[in-house]
Each structure stands twice: as C-alpha cells, then as structure tokens.
Write a protein that binds this ligand. Structure first.
Ligand code: UFG
Length: 331
C-alpha cells in the first residue's frame, strides 16, 4: 500500500512526506513544482512531476503504486490573490480537486484526506470555533476549499470512498530536525515574515492594525506547529484504514496569540531586536480566529506535542537560517 501525497514538494506536504516515511509508509508525491521544490521531497519518496487533474497520469500512479490513500495538499493558498483572481482559485482548488476525486473514485481508492482551512468560517470571534459553526467564507480561497469539502461529502455518499477534511488554523514552524520548512519566496505569513526580518532579509516589518477588540489591540490567531498538523493527518489515515467514517475536523490548539506576542517570541528566539512598525489594518483580517479542536482530539486521538509558541518560532527561525545557507550555496 502506498500513500499518494499531492503537493508533497510544498510546505505542509513536504512535512507530511517525512511523517509518513518516519512511520514506515511507502510514499509517492505528485507535484507540479509551481511553488514547491524538488529538493524538499524526501529522497525515499518517489516524485512525479505533474498535475492532479491529469486523469491518465494520476490513474497510472494509483495502479502502479497500489495507492490506497490520497492526501491532497496541492492548491493555491494566498487569500488576497484569490480575491484578485477568483476564477484561478476555483480552477486550481475546486475544479482540479473535483477531477482528482473522480479519478480516485474510478480507480477505487478508498481513502482521501483533504487539506481544508479555517477560512471556511469567515470572521470568527474570540471564542474557539467549532466545526458546526456557521460556514461563511469571506474569500474565494475559503469558498474554493469549502466547495471541495462538499464534493467529498457527496462523493462519499454516492461512492465507496471515505474522507477526512482537516480545517487548518495558522500553520507555522518547521521540521524540528531541519529537513524541510516553509521555503516559497514572497511570504506573507506572520511568523515567516518576522523571522525574515530578524535575519535581515527585510529591513522592517509591519503590524497590521493595533485597534482590534483584543487584549492588546492586535489580531489573535491559533498557531499550530506543522509537525503536529502532519501527525493529525497520519492519525486520520490510520483511522480511515481502520474503518472510520468520514470526518471534518479543526486542527488548531484552541488558544490564540496576538501579533505582538508572536513578534516578542521571535525577538526572544533571535536574541536581538529588529524593526517593527505599527501599521493600518490589512483588509479582510478577522480580529481573532481560534479553533475548538475537541473533535480532532477525540476522533483522531490527536495529542499535540508542540503546543508552544516559542518552540514553533525557534523551529521557524532555525529553518530560515538553513534556507539562507541553501540559497547562498546555490548562488
Ligand atoms: N500580520 C502582520 N504583519 C505581517 C503579516 C501578518 O501584522 O507582516 C498579521 C495579520 O494581519 C494577521 C496575523 O498576522 O492578523 C496572521 O496573518 P497571516 O498572514 O500569518 O495568516 P492569516 O491568519 O491571515 O491566514 C491564515 C492562513 C490562510 C487561511 C487563514 C484562515 O495563512 O491560508 O489563516 O483563517 F486562510
């Protein structure tokens, strides 16, 4: 049995590949390498460069490798980009996922794990959000993922395929062993931006808004270590293989940190100060987005191992340093 990981050369996907290999699984990666990197794929995994919507290619990968599960990460993930070019997001995230599900059903792949997002909920409050909260995506990105969840639900009712959709909150950090991390240039995510600033890759960074209705006036998010997220997928795979029913579950730690708290943690990890400017609100940001993760803990038996902001930041900073030396070695 082999696990097909789409987007396995990307940030979360490359951690998933290591998680599976460490657990003794056989892994094949399908990635277009549009934002991912060949070097990010663990050498023990087989890499196929191609598109998830290429039915023939995916069909032959499934047959040749006896794939019994697909973990689908491939997709576009930048919220403002989805507002500027919604049709590209509906194509890349929704339409291609539809084709991939169709191929999975046709080839008789019984298990499908899907990378969904907290963005399906729209603006949340300080209270942790449960899976049965109102679904109201505020961006084409969030809607493109929600439509994929719905296609999986309906395909699961009509065909012999069971799925788990994990709704990620703010994924951050890097492999604690330094094997992979977030590497795509032009990052917008807070922890990566702060680490880049600390290391002098940016002259300064900005805090987007200081007048939110939160304790220190800056936005709060539920930052989850990418290794804990990968572990949740591995447990979801085990559960499906053991006959578990389809499931949609949040992945977060159930508590939030403010932008200022995150920046302080990066200062502590770096040991020196760097320039931070207070700026205006970024359009579309909710004041707070925090997961209720009771369901993932109960259903998957998921017990996070790295629920510690300083550790997330230390791993992200360590990876940023590794990336600097990789890039300078490449010239
Ligand atoms: N922020 C700053 N300065 C920066 C970057 C971010 O102040 O330079 C702030 C943002 O305004 C926000 C917080 O840091 O308040 C977190 O921002 P990120 O860009 O790191 O993450 P988001 O919460 O905007 O987005 C994340 C995922 C999305 C997902 C969304 C769901 O990256 O893919 O959560 O809630 F859709």
């Amino acid at each position: 049995m082999t696990v097909l990981v789409t987007g396995g050369a990307g940030y979360i996907g490359s951690h998933m590949v290591w998680e599976l290999l460490d657990a003794g699984e056989s892994v094949v990666v399908l990635d277009r390498l549009s934002t991912g990197f060949e070097w990010a794929v663990a050498p023990e995994a087989k890499l196929v460069v191609g598109d998830v919507a290429d039915k023939e290619l995916v069909g032959s990968i499934i047959r040749e490798n006896k794939v019994d599960a697909i973990i689908h990460f491939a997709g576009s993930i930048v919220v403002p980009e989805s507002v500027a070019d919604p049709l590209a997001y509906y194509e890349n995230n929704t339409s291609k996922t539809r084709t991939l599900i169709e191929t999975a059903v046709r080839e008789g792949v019984p298990h499908f794990i899907f990378s969904s997002t907290a963005a399906v909920y729209g603006g949340a409050g300080l209270e942790p959000v449960r899976e049965d909260a109102r679904l109201a995506p505020e961006s084409p990105y969030g809607l493109s993922k929600l439509m994929s969840e719905w296609m999986l639900r309906d395909a699961g009712l009509a065909h012999d395929i069971r799925y788990t959709a994990l709704r990620y909150f703010n994924v951050a950090g890097a492999d604690p062993r330094g094997r992979t991390g977030q590497s795509t240039p032009g990052a917008t995510h807070l922890i990566k931006v702060a680490c880049e600033t600390a290391l002098g890759k940016r002259p300064f960074m900005q805090v987007f808004g200081t007048d939110y209705p939160t304790p220190d006036g800056t936005c709060m998010r539920d930052y989850i270590h990418v290794s804990d997220l990968a572990a949740a997928h591995r447990l979801a795979l085990q559960r499906l293989r053991a006959g578990g029913q389809s499931l949609v579950a949040n992945c977060g730690y159930s508590h939030g940190y403010s932008v200022l708290e995150v920046i302080d943690s990066v200062r502590r990890a770096f040991g020196r100060d760097f320039e931070v400017k207070m700026g205006d609100r970024r359009p579309g940001d909710a004041a707070a987005v925090v997961a209720n993760s009771d369901l993932a803990r109960a259903e998957l038996g998921w017990t996070p191992q790295r629920d510690d902001l300083d550790q997330i930041v230390a791993d992200a900073l360590a990876w940023e340093r590794i990336l600097t030396s990789k890039n300078s070695a490449r010239g």
